[in-house]
Every structure is written in C-alpha cells, then in structure tokens.
Design a protein around this ligand. Structure first.
Ligand SMILES: C[S@@+](CC[C@H](N)C(=O)[O-])C[C@H]1O[C@@H](n2cnc3c(N)ncnc32)[C@H](O)[C@@H]1O
Length: 355
C-alpha cells in the first residue's frame, strides 16, 4: 500500500470515538489521512498511537499536525483546501516552505520534492480524492445538471432529497455511469488500492449504488459531509463538518497534538512487537485486504494487546471478517452506530469486546 498517498481524508464515521473514549485512554488507530485521530483530540485528552503500513500516509498526517501547530485556523484550512474544491494556488507552497522547518529531515526532503502536489490543497491529494474529483467534475455532469446537484445539496427536507433522486437522478444513464466508474477495474486502477478489492468477487458498483441510496434518500445532506465531498470535492463551512475542521475545536486539537505518536509498520507486526496494552484498537478496514487466516492472526494479536475492558473497532467495506474466536460483538452499540452512520458505503461495522 506504499508508493503513493492513497487517502488525504478518512472515510469512516467519527461518532464511535466520541462515545468510547475517556480521558487518559491509550488508543491504537490506523493512520490513513489522520482525520479520525485529529478529531478525537477534540473529544477527549487521549493518547493516540497512529500506525500505517504506508510511510507516505504518516508523512501526510505529520504535515497536517504541523499545520495545526504552526498556523491559525483560517490559514490551516486554506492550506488544506477544506472549503474550496481543488484549485491550484502557489501560495500553498509558501505555507509549505514555512512549515518544513518544523518537520523531520526525511519529511522535509519528501515535501520539497513533491511541493507541487499540495498546490490544490492538502485534503485533495490522495489517489481516492483525485478519483472522486474526476467523478464529480467529468462524470456526474454527464447525467446531472449543476442546478440539480445544487438543489440537492440545498435541500432542507429529506422528502426533497428523495424526490430529486427518484425523479432526476436514479435513471438508466446515472446507473450505467456510476457502476462503470466504480467497477473493480476502474477503481483498482484509479481509485482505491487493488488489495482492498482482491478478496471481493462481485461487482462493487452494484453494491455501492444500492448503499449510496441511503446517502441520497436517508440522511439529511446537511449532515453528510462525506457525501457532499463526493458531490463537490469540498466541505461547506455552513453545514456539518468533521470535528477536525470545526473552528471552535482548533485550539484544543492544536494543544493536544503532543499526545500523538507515529509508527510505520503493518498492524500485525507492530502488535507482535509491542508490549503496550490499549483501551481501543481501531483497525479501519485493514481486513478487507487480508484473507481469513491472516485476519485471524491479526485479531489474535489485537486480543493480546487490549486491556481487559478494551474494545476492537472494525469498519469493513466489501469483505466481512469477524473476530469471533476471541471477541464478542457489542450488538446494541454496533447497531446504534450503524444506523446513524453517515459513511453509508461501508457494509460492515462492529465494536467488539474481549470474551
Ligand atoms: C485500509 S485503508 C482504508 C481506507 C478507506 N476506509 C477505504 O475503504 O478505502 C486505510 C489505511 O490503512 C493502511 N493499511 C492497510 N493495510 C494495513 C496494515 N496491514 N497495517 C497497517 N496499515 C495498513 C493503508 O495504508 C491506508 O492508509
């Protein structure tokens, strides 16, 4: 999963972190683009051990953290491109050059060599986010007018969303283009890492078309920042935001960034070598990429590294992997979170406690 920045945003709901964390907790979390880690600093004073197999994801998160530490809110959000679609601005390079002095030598070299990548905004540079941009800039307009998308995003009632979706969107052409664009071949080449799709034998396009119906028709769009990003490649400041992007959270997140530590490694190997015990382990959808045997090895390591009351949290997208040997699903909590989550493209979510 190395060699390229695959994600510049996290695509998983943050609510479960808000519910589970208590002051002083030790958390192990997959890095990805760092959104969940940054947001969780706004919720509680926890210690977060951020791990990712891809060194570039860790470099990206370190740069985000550096921006939180050394810029004010407006400059940081500008540098990230949070509230604007990807559009080149050379001033972002000036900000990057200013931030470099606070980064480790290796990161300085990497970002100097790749400074052009950040001109459109740091949250837009991932392979996945560029794929989404291609979707909403070139493919979505083939089937929907800009006005229809604007009307949808400005809908005040869920009934309006349903009516727009049924009457103007979910037609033959939309389905055809959506399913082609999200097919395995196109996605693995341009969107997600092929490892995330290799254990899934069906068509992701069919499944995602059905799952996204919830985003079109079941969740108020004002709340659904993930889906708004899928439609217009930026967040709107006037609508619901992930916690890391909220102005009122900025100072508290900046103050707590010393609670973060970074590790480049595979999760299984890291757990095998650590003597630490955690209150929570968030494994994202890493087991989408693993076969059942390797997933079981990882789950066993997680069980060995959790405190007695610790929890394991899994989001899986296309492949279901259950840690049944050592864990019990916390059914009620998992159902509540599943029902209210806005990341409706995830098929499987579970919070597990030790048996
Ligand atoms: C699994 S991806 C999933 C991202 C997104 N939720 C999705 O569905 O496309 C999240 C992060 O996990 C990292 N990753 C994948 N396998 C890993 C492993 N075995 N150990 C540590 N990190 C891993 C990737 O580099 C990536 O940054």
């Amino acid at each position: 999963m190395s060699g390229t920045i695959n994600y510049s945003l996290c695509w998983e709901d943050q609510d479960i972190l808000k519910i589970l964390h208590q002051e002083g907790h030790e958390i192990l979390i997959i890095g990805s683009a760092g959104c969940l880690s940054l947001s969780s600093l706004a919720f509680q004073d926890v210690r977060l051990h951020i791990i990712d197999i891809n060194e570039l994801q860790i470099k990206l998160i370190r740069l985000k953290v550096c921006a939180f530490n050394n810029l004010n809110y407006d400059d940081c959000m500008y540098f990230f491109g949070t509230f604007t679609p990807p559009k080149k601005s050379i001033e972002r390079v000036d900000i990057l050059l200013y931030l470099l002095q606070y980064l480790p030598k290796d990161d300085q070299i990497f970002w100097k060599l790749n400074k052009k990548t950040i001109t459109k905004g740091l949250i837009h540079i991932g392979k996945w986010e560029r794929y989404i941009r291609t979707w909403n800039k070139y493919f979505l307009p083939l089937v929907l007018s800009k006005n229809t998308i604007a009307d949808f995003i400005n809908s005040n009632k869920i009934e309006d969303q349903i009516s727009i979706y049924k009457s103007k969107i979910d037609k033959f052409h939309y389905r055809l283009i959506f399913k082609t664009f999200t097919s395995k071949i196109i996605q693995s080449r341009f969107g997600r890492h092929p490892d995330l799709l290799k254990h899934f034998k069906d068509s992701p396009g069919d499944i995602w078309h059905d799952r996204l119906e919830k985003a079109w028709c079941g969740i108020p769009i004002i709340k659904n920042y993930f889906f708004r990003y899928i439609l217009e490649s930026h967040y709107r400041e006037s609508m619901t935001l992930p916690d890391w992007a909220i102005r009122e959270n900025y100072d508290i997140i900046s103050k707590r960034t010393s609670n973060l530590s970074f590790h480049t490694n595979s999760l299984t190997e890291y757990l095998f070598n650590t003597s630490k015990n955690f209150d929570m382990i968030y494994i994202s959808n890493v087991t989408d990429t693993l076969n059942q045997r390797d997933s079981d090895i990882l789950f066993k390591q997680c069980a060995a590294s959790l405190k007695k009351e610790g929890k394991l949290v899994i989001w899986n997208n296309l492949v279901e992997r259950k840690p049944i040997k050592s864990f019990l699903l916390m059914e009620e909590l998992s159902n509540i979170i599943s029902k209210s989550r806005i990341a409706s493209y995830y098929g499987y979510f579970g919070v597990y406690q030790l048996k």
